[in-house]
Design a protein around this ligand. Structure first.
Ligand code: SIN
Length: 521
């Protein structure tokens, strides 16, 4: 059956996604016009909910934005936009005040925010809630704040494509509650806050809803994307085969937890004097190498002796989560292995979240603003979501000159076809060939397998998600193939060194934009 298009709903701001970036944008935009949020599940279901460590922000007397900037740029391995990164860290304190006004509470002692230490930070600067339940606090507080306003909230609405008219984004098409028609939503300003694509990988700390829908729709519409070769793998996720990889926050290592091999040896120290607090990409790769060498499926996190107390008192949400999987973190060694965690790449934007398509703004994990470069500093992601929400709304209310990275844009030929792989095969392919360690042969295999992009899919949310994941996977494999060096989160066995001549972002766009069509029986 051919699907018809129904009601065109209009507003001033259309925000897609309900994590920190979407909710914060909606709350700020509500002062300037009518706002509608579309979210594909319930309002509180987002990747933000799962964030543990917290928000990195320079607030302590031993800290300042300059130090935070220096740590951010070191982690970024020569690829961050320094001006944008400066803006990010300088706006951190103000953005924290804003979310606190909307009800977010951070752990405090004697009226002062507690500050956690995480890898590659020169001082403890990570604000947290409930130990490491920061995402739940932010999601709940901002979600509640939104329900107290006139902001329209439409749950269980899955975006399909961007509506482009005369080169401008004027809205999105969507499906809702399995109604057998497409709905068009139109607005003056379209803001994608649809998150990353952690569901690309078979082992991921992200929920399966992290399918990069906004990035995929932007690729199909012809927007420029950037940084897709950089996917961050978190070193410490509970290793239970067949289960979602449960994140165990880096904050535990900041509090003194150790990583040991199955002989009890702290092997990270053999390679990096910073040991457990070496940058996240280094720790993930060293664990990966140990697993390859030994054939084991996990190494161990020893959190039985952390500063400040026990895991059950300092990080109760993690302790309970892991206890529910059969381990007592206060007494047991916990089997851990790396898992996909964060999409550094995304839709290319300027420092106000403006994409290369007029009218289309992107913020949070869906965007590549350039602040993370080749490797994101721990706990800079909630910060980015919140800060860029301010920037997006500011851009919609003023006449700020547009300035986006002007590096060359390569065009990727995409052949539309009907048959394509299922999600499990895609996830396995990405894990094996476009994972923690890459090689040209594996990347070539991935590119060949991902060559045909689905354009005509079955009706329904998961078919739309899978079509999107495939096109993002294809662009990521191509970018990883083209970056013939190792830098930050991208490691090539066949090019293990950093090439100073490649210290620039790789930008891509599709050769011919297209929209999905859906079959409805
Ligand atoms: C963590 O708590 O280890 C994750 C923090 C992050 O991804 O920034």
């Amino acid at each position: 059956m051919v699907l018809s298009t129904r009601t065109s709903k209009t507003c001033d701001y259309l925000v897609i996604g309900s994590g920190i970036a979407g909710l914060q944008t909606a709350l700020l935009a509500a002062d300037h016009g009518t706002v509608r949020i579309l979210t594909k599940k319930a309002l509180n279901q987002s990747n933000t909910w799962f964030a543990q460590g917290g928000i990195a922000v320079a607030l302590g007397s031993d800290d300042n934005p300059e130090m935070h900037l220096s740590d951010t740029l070191s982690a970024a391995a020569g690829l961050a936009n320094p001006e944008y990164a400066r803006m990010l860290v300088e706006m951190g304190p103000h953005s924290v005040e804003t979310i606190m006004k909307y009800g977010v509470r951070f752990d405090s002692t004697d009226g002062k925010h507690e500050r956690g230490l995480e890898a590659a930070h020169s001082v403890a600067r990570v604000l947290h809630s409930g130990g490491a339940a920061t995402g739940i606090e932010i999601q709940s507080a901002l979600g509640t704040a939104v329900t107290k306003t006139d902001i329209g909230i439409e749950e269980n609405v899955q975006m399909v494509d961007l509506l482009i008219e005369n080169g401008r984004c004027v809205g999105v098409s969507a499906i809702a509650d399995n109604l057998p028609h497409i709905i068009e939503y139109r607005a003056e300003h379209i803001v994608l806050a649809t998150g990353g694509s952690g569901a690309l990988y078979s082992r991921t700390t992200n929920p399966q809803i992290a399918t990069g829908d906004g990035v995929a729709a932007s690729i199909r519409a012809g927007a420029v994307v950037s940084g897709l070769e950089f996917f961050q793998f978190h070193p410490t996720a509970l290793d239970l085969s067949g289960d979602r990889a449960r994140l165990i926050s880096e904050a535990l290592r900041g509090a003194g937890a150790k990583i040991v091999d199955n002989q009890g040896h702290r092997f990270l120290l053999d390679e990096d004097p910073n040991g457990e607090l070496a940058p996240r990409d280094v720790v993930a790769r060293l664990i990966h190498r140990k697993l390859e060498e030994t054939g084991a499926s996990s190494v161990c996190l020893d959190a039985t002796d952390i500063q400040g107390g026990t895991v059950s008192t300092e990080f109760p949400s993690i302790w309970t989560d892991i206890k529910n999987s059969g381990f007592d973190m206060d007494t047991d060694l916990i089997p851990i292995a790396p898992a996909a965690h964060y999409s550094i790449g995304g839709v290319l934007t300027d420092d106000y979240g403006r994409s290369t398509i007029p009218g289309l703004y992107v913020c949070g994990e869906a965007a590549n603003t350039g602040v993370h470069g080749a490797n994101r500093l721990a706990s800079n992601s909630l910060l980015e979501g919140m800060v860029f929400a301010h920037r997006v709304v500011e851009a919609t209310t003023s006449n700020i000159p547009y300035e986006i990275n002007s590096f060359p844009v390569a065009t990727i030929e995409v052949v539309c076809q009907e048959n394509h792989m299922n999600r499990a095969s895609l996830q396995q392919l990405m894990w094996e060939e476009v994972g923690i360690v890459r090689h040209k042969d594996g990347l070539k295999r991935a590119i060949e397998k991902l060559y045909g992009a689905p354009s005509n899919v079955d009706f329904g949310s998961s078919a739309i998600e899978n079509a999107g994941l495939i096109i993002i996977g294809m662009f990521a494999a191509r970018a990883a193939y083209d970056r013939k060096e190792s830098r930050g989160a991208h490691y090539r066995l066949d090019h293990p060194g950093l090439d100073p001549n490649l210290a620039y972002p790789l930008n891509y766009k599709i050769d011919y934009p297209f929209s999905l069509t859906m079959k409805y029986e």
